[in-house]
Design a protein around this ligand. Structure first.
Ligand SMILES: [Zn+2]
Length: 274
């Protein structure tokens, strides 16, 4: 599932292509991808507008339009946004095409059909509930401490909760907890201030490193030009299946389920109850 580094990479790489382009048409191969407003209204309100900006908040893309409305896209499990020429054949599993002038297309590819598009007057109606951005200056160890205070949920679940912190998902939560030597089942409120400082640092390190490596292509993530990212080659524990050894101590990496999420950790480097 694309997380903050993947969405940030797509945003950065899409931006120079699409800024100032006018939407000339919308093709929907899967109408269920449009959640708001009706399909007819979505198309008629979008066509003719220029794309004036593209931002990321959490795992959402926010496309600004000349009307002041915004197009909000969430890739969910398996979505990608690919850029291509209008004359090119849509990639397999393309569910929607946003046609732009200058012979450009944005292909919304989504094998499992969980992706979502919304056209709304104000992005706040969608992203208001999100927690802070972990790479912004305002996200300090003190802020992380306040977010975790008195929380009894496992730290892994809290890191993946978009209303606590925006943008982190399964892969980068596992990586940040491993680097901070914190067991994924520790209660959020039980972390010491030293552990919170470590976790704050490792969250930022794993996210920046993944952005530098253009995202992790463990599953179905592609960059807009169709190439893959390389961040998964840096992973220490995430998605290390079947008896792989901890790169630090050589202990077999374990997989447990935390709130329905497959979770990878080293039982020696991340002891429970410490
Ligand atoms: Zn270890």
């Amino acid at each position: 599932m694309p997380e903050l580094p993947e969405v940030e990479t797509i945003k950065n790489e899409l931006l120079p292509h699409i800024i100032g382009r006018r939407v000339t048409g919308v093709t929907l191969f899967w109408e269920g991808i449009v959640h708001q407003p009706s399909v007819e209204e979505f198309c008629s309100r979008l066509i003719g507008q220029r794309l004036t900006g593209l931002a990321r908040r959490g795992k959402y893309f926010i496309f600004s339009l000349t009307s002041g409305e915004v197009l909000i896209i969430h890739l969910r499990m398996t979505g990608s946004l690919l850029i291509g020429q209008d004359s090119s054949e849509p990639p397999k599993y393309t569910r929607a095409i946003i046609h732009l002038d200058k012979d450009l297309n944005i292909f919304f590819r989504d094998p499992r059909k969980f992706g979502v598009m919304r056209l709304v007057e104000n992005a706040d109606s969608i992203v208001d509930k999100l927690g802070p951005e972990p790479l912004e200056a305002g996200f300090t160890p003190q802020v992380l401490s306040q977010l975790l205070e008195k929380r009894s949920a496992p730290i892994k679940a809290l890191l993946c909760d978009q209303t606590v912190i925006a943008g982190i998902g399964n892969m980068y939560a596992d990586e940040a907890l491993f680097a901070a030597r914190i067991h994924p089942l520790r209660q959020g409120g039980s972390l010491s201030s030293a552990e919170i400082e470590r976790l704050h640092r490792t969250i930022q390190q794993v996210l920046w490193s993944a952005i530098d490596n253009k995202g992790a292509s463990v599953d179905t993530y592609f960059r807009p030009d169709g190439t893959t990212g390389t961040a998964h080659f840096q992973f220490q524990v995430a998605h290390r299946l079947g008896g792989e050894l901890c790169p630090v101590c050589g202990t077999p990496i374990e997989r447990i389920t935390v709130r329905n999420r497959g979770t990878y950790f080293c039982p020696k480097c991340q002891p429970q109850g410490v």
